[in-house]
Design a protein around this ligand. Structure first.
Ligand code: BES
Ligand code: MN
Ligand code: ZN
Length: 492
């Protein structure tokens, strides 16, 4: 469950909820809107600033008691030097919401001066990001000891049509993020390819989308030898999930979102070491991003055509599994030599990207937890952005920046093509250690020549193994926000 967000005008001194969060930039001054509150507090706010107890540094949090008749507790949240106000507000709101969760408060007020539509949206998204949690698999603590969860967030700014629109969009985007994070967090024995297909069917039913699911049989008929060789070792039925949202004009080419949906990646016969293998339940974060984005797009009723494609299976070793040295024929017709069965994401995506041609896409953007090598290159900070088209790279990086999901351009040059040359087939599925994220992208490129295409390697950014301040360790929601902003950026 996540918090619901509303707006309220009026003085912060009169806010009488549990927790009042006030987001302030670096080197803070008491603005006119805080004078009443400071007076009600007997000047404590001003004194805290004068004595530099609170300096407004990024992510700084400073708690004090509320005034008689007002908020029970107040927390000042630092935003640091603010260049991107929406981004800073998203972050501050997420930190504030997490404070409320920690304190066991069911409601929060958030104030940071007057907010425009975009800023209200960002604060709303932040509130939802900060209040997300996944507790389905924990036995609830007894009622008497249970702390409340954050249910209501009030953004203290004047309620105009624009700011109300900001809340509505923010709630839609927040719902997309929460869905993606929940799917990612769910263990592989619960979030199966079947479960992802059911989730897509639910989204389609909620928002009048068309959903189609191909199983092993249907993919055999399609000649998807690349996707299917990954699914050869698993008893679960693999799924190619297709969601079609027609918010735009009939005949307008769709923006097509593609996601890697490996519900668990053991590596297959080229099995992974046991250390952190449990994290490979997150190998479906690209798919979760597609579903999260479509949930948000459906809620916002964006006037554009969007297709979502997900390739979902698990990668398991077994007597029937594909072996290194095997050659398979892909949906496009190219023959692929399997060098390493752990380079399975590109095999699944190859056939999904080839299948995407039939939607006559305006552009295809795929997201995949594709390589450990991108983590070596960019760490957990930036998503790797690959495309042969520099304008598409800029468009995607800008979308990611608006969403608070930074991306960085990586090369996709013909010079790297040699890495995936095969002795026996057209190409091989692993280029070894050098430029591992690039050779993976070069492999995908082989299947995307008929439309404009961007690839996002989110292996380092889709989940975090440490607490990020705005969210606990675990799924971050990336690439949901990038997908949503990319689509919004294409509205005419
Ligand atoms: N799902 C992994 C990539 C990954 C690694 C995601 C770490 C998140 C964190 C992918 O399927 C994989 O195993 N890639 C191999 C490719 C190699 C065998 C060419 C890798 O990165 O080691
Ligand atoms: Mn793998
Ligand atoms: Zn994988």
């Amino acid at each position: 469950m996540t918090a619901s967000v509303s707006l309220a005008a009026g003085s912060v001194a009169e806010f009488s909820g549990s927790l009042l969060a006030i987001a302030l930039a670096d080197d803070p001054k008491l603005s006119a809107g805080l004078i009443d509150l400071d007076r009600a507090l007997g000047g404590t706010l001003q004194r805290s600033l004068d004595m530099r107890d609170f300096r407004g540094a990024r992510d700084e949090a400073f708690a004090l008691s509320g005034p008689a008749g007002g908020a029970r507790r107040i927390v000042l949240i630092g935003m640091g030097k603010v260049n991107d106000r929406a981004g800073a507000l998203r972050r501050a709101a997420a930190i504030a919401a997490r404070q409320a969760m920690k304190l066991g408060f069911s409601d929060i007020g958030f104030y940071s001066g007057e907010l425009g539509a975009e800023e209200t949206e960002a604060a709303t998204v932040g509130m939802i990001i900060g209040s997300w949690q996944y507790v389905d698999l924990k036995t609830p603590t007894p009622e008497s000891e249970r702390r409340a969860v954050l249910e209501r967030a009030t953004i203290l700014t004047s309620s105009t049509n624009a700011s109300r629109g900001g809340v509505a969009n923010g709630e839609a985007i927040g719902a997309g993020h929460s869905l993606a994070r929940t799917l990612a967090m769910m263990p592989g024995n619960i979030c199966t390819p079947d479960f992802l297909a059911k989730t897509a069917e639910d989204i389609a039913a909620r928002h009048q989308m068309k959903v189609t699911v191909l199983g092993r049989k249907e993919m055999e008929a399609e000649g998807m030898g690349s996707f299917l060789c990954v699914a050869q070792g698993t008893p679960q039925d693999p799924k190619l999930i297709i969601l079609e949202y027609n918010g735009g004009k009939a005949g307008d080419k769709p923006v097509t979102l593609v996601g890697k949906g490996l519900c668990f990646d053991s590596g297959g016969i080229s099995i992974k070491p046991a250390q952190s293998m449990e994290d490979m339940k997150y190998d479906m974060c690209g798919a979760a991003g597609v579903l999260g984005a479509l949930e948000a797009i459906g809620r916002m009723k964006l006037p554009i055509n969007v297709v979502g494609l997900i390739g979902s299976t698990t990668n398991m070793p077994s007597g029937t599994a594909v072996n290194p040295g095997d050659v398979v024929k892909s949906h496009l017709g190219k023959y692929i030599e399997i060098i390493n069965t752990d380079a399975e994401g590109r095999l699944v995506l190859a056939d999904v990207l080839s299948y995407a041609r039939r939607f006559n896409p305006a552009v295809v953007i795929d997201a995949a937890t594709l390589t450990g090598a991108i983590v070596v290159a960019l760490g957990h900070t930036a998503t790797g952005v690959f495309s042969g088209d520099d304008n598409l790279i800029s468009e995607t990086i800008a979308a990611g920046r608006r969403a608070g999901e930074p991306g960085w351009s990586m090369p996709l040059w013909d010079e790297y093509r040699d890495l995936i040359k095969s002795e026996v087939a057209d190409i091989k599925n692993s280029g070894g250690r050098p430029a591992g994220a690039v050779s993976a992208a070069m492999f995908l490129k082989e299947f995307t020549e008929e439309y404009p295409w961007i690839h996002l390697d989110v292996a380092g950014t889709a989940y975090s193994d440490s607490d990020l301040g705005t969210m606990p360790k675990g799924p971050t929601g990336t690439p949901t926000g990038t997908f949503i902003e990319f689509v919004r950026g294409r509205l005419s």
